[in-house]
Design a protein. Structure first.
Ligand code: FAD
Ligand code: FES
Length: 507
């Protein structure tokens, strides 16, 4: 997940490099003292910012320059070259900046400076004083952070029925579950940060109802909290199968830090596990359990894992990859019963299992929106500004169905980066920015040492074009409908993945 910490490499940029080293639109990684620094050129301007992404330490020199920004090759965070600000999630923290100076034929990186983020919203007379966020996940956290980043001075109350503060949810099925990342990597911020930012984070605070007419939120404990603007970011919850044995203590679903901890505790003594569902989360769980030395069986009704999203060729690759690591697939099968030490399949076969994880999909948490009478369509309907049918109420993340400019359809997706970016745009719009949400959906998934990146959105396609070789872990797969590229999946083709994202944005 993080780069090796062998110290910065490349040229000493304080000593300067020849101006000709960098053509317009190029960048190089180097260092100033112990700091890794990226030097980039745009026209006659030179910019120097930290070279390492503040998300998971991605090497920005291997990313893509777009106007006066740089995008990270790993998970497509976007930083301003002028201010170091993390403009687009998944990075949230800014990077340091340095001044540059051209003297003669050389460009020098000089002093480290602190630059304020670009304030995009000028407060108006009807600016809100009180903002309430329901949800302490990807979208809720990113919104709260953006409100303060923009200098919003009013009250921010963040309500979450989870006991944990906002966590890096994707990690719960990957490094943390595999035991290769410590728990201190999991919270998005430590608890002091919320106090410093005057974000009133209330954990274990279940919201029972929202009242858009009275503009207040009622907690299950009877407390009522008034708002001027409300963000609904209640996310999704795992689907629970109605199966004999689902209530047994060794049967788990995975959404929260508590769920991940419970699986880890069970894995400590389990010899054999059954994962129900060959989804991204199911397979990441299987991979993490293999890393912990637990036998992993995947049971799923699909013919191929992940084929619905990535197509048959990718599905075959993913299956072979997991089989190489010892995962046993039971495809075109479903479980019919769970007992303390085994799972029974529809074909009568039994699999020994003292740990069961059901990763069979999620359902958006729409109860609050539905009871409040918000317009719904398999999600909370929002306009291009992420506002729901109730004035002053916004929705973001897994629950939101928005008019996607790229596919031309109203879509709802369940991706971490997208939820964060929606939270950020909703925050700007709650402050009066009127910014359209038009980010191209992006997600990544990690299976052992193989990262899969996906940009765009293709629910169906009539053609796939494979460039490279999926089995050799070096490929770009384009999903087309009526000749138009709707989505691009890739392995170790980061630049092409970024270029595809930019092309879709500009189409
Ligand atoms: C294990 C796991 C791994 C994942 N890996 C990836 C990945 O690699 N890449 C990717 O793109 N996506 C991944 N995802 C999906 C991604 O995490 C979600 O799309 C994202 O978290 C959605 O953000 P959200 O803010 O909409 O919801 P969430 O992050 O789920 O947050 C919802 C919040 O709302 C709170 N809440 C709900 N109802 C109430 C209520 N009534 N009262 C108070 N609080 C309430 C919840 O407690 C929670 O705090 C993963 C998901 C899981 C579970
Ligand atoms: S490491 Fe840069 S976006 Fe994740």
């Amino acid at each position: 997940m993080s780069e090796s910490q062998s110290g910065p490499t490349g040229p000493d940029l304080a000593q300067g490099v020849a101006v000709d080293t960098l053509a317009d639109g190029q960048m190089i990684g180097g260092h100033v003292g112990d700091d890794a620094v990226l030097l980039a050129r745009r026209g006659d301007e030179f910019f120097a910012i930290g070279a390492t992404c503040s998300h998971y330490n991605g090497p920005l020199a291997e990313g893509l320059l777009v106007d006066d920004t740089v995008r990270c090759p790993w998970h497509h965070a976007c930083f301003s070259l002028r201010t170091g600000e993390a403009l687009h999630a998944p990075a949230i923290s800014p990077l340091a900046c340095w001044t540059t100076e051209v003297r003669g034929e050389r460009v020098y990186v000089k002093e480290k400076t602190e630059r304020a983020p670009h304030i995009r919203v000028v407060p108006t007379r009807d600016a809100p004083g009180r903002i309430v966020i329901v949800g302490g996940g990807a979208a809720g956290f990113a919104a709260a952070e953006m409100l303060r980043r923009q200098g919003f001075d009013g009250s921010v109350v963040m309500l979450s029925d989870d006991a944990s503060p906002p966590v890096d949810r994707p990690n719960l099925s990957k490094d943390y579950l595999a035991g290769t990342a410590p728990e201190e990597w999991v919270p998005l911020r430590d608890e002091n940060w919320y106090a410093e930012q005057r974000i009133d984070l209330r954990l274990g605070a279940a919201v029972a109802a929202i009242d858009p007419a009275k503009r207040n939120v009622a907690l299950r404990d009877g407390t009522t909290i008034p708002y001027d603007r409300l963000l609904l970011a209640t996310g999704a919850e795992p689907v629970r199968l109605s199966l004999p044995g689902m209530d047994l203590p060794h049967v788990h679903t995975l959404r929260t830090l508590a769920d991940s901890r419970a699986i880890i505790a069970q894995a400590a003594t389990a010899k054999s596990a059954v994962v129900m569902g060959a989804s991204f989360i199911g397979l990441e769980v299987a991979a993490s359990l293999r890393t912990r030395g637990v036998d992993a069986h995947v049971v799923a009704p699909d013919k191929r894992p992940m084929a619905r999203v990535l197509g048959d060729a990718f599905g075959d690759f993913v299956r072979a990859l997991h089989e190489e690591h010892g995962v046993v697939f039971h495809l075109e099968q479903t479980a019919t019963a769970i007992d303390a030490d085994r799972v029974t399949l529809g074909n009568g076969k039994t699999i020994p299992a003292n740990l069961v994880v059901a990763g069979v999909g999620v359902r958006p948490r729409l109860q609050l929106a539905e009871a409040a009478g918000l317009a719904l369509d398999r999600g909370v309907l929002v306009n291009e500004y992420l506002e729901t049918s109730a004035p002053g109420v916004y929705a973001a993340g897994d629950i939101a169905r928005w008019p996607d400019r790229h596919s031309g359809a109203a879509i709802r997706v369940e991706h971490w980066v997208l939820a964060q970016r929606q939270g950020q745009v909703a925050a700007l719009n709650m402050l009066g920015a009127k910014q359209r949400f038009d980010a191209v959906p992006f997600f990544w998934s990690q299976h052992y040492d193989v990262p899969i990146n996906y940009v765009g959105h293709a629910e169906a396609w009539d053609e796939t074009a494979i460039d490279g070789d999926i089995a050799k872990r070096d490929c770009v797969v384009r999903y087309r409908k009526n000749g138009r590229v709707l989505a691009v999946a890739s392995i170790y083709r980061d630049i092409e993945s970024l270029q595809a994202e930019v092309a879709m944005e500009r189409a």
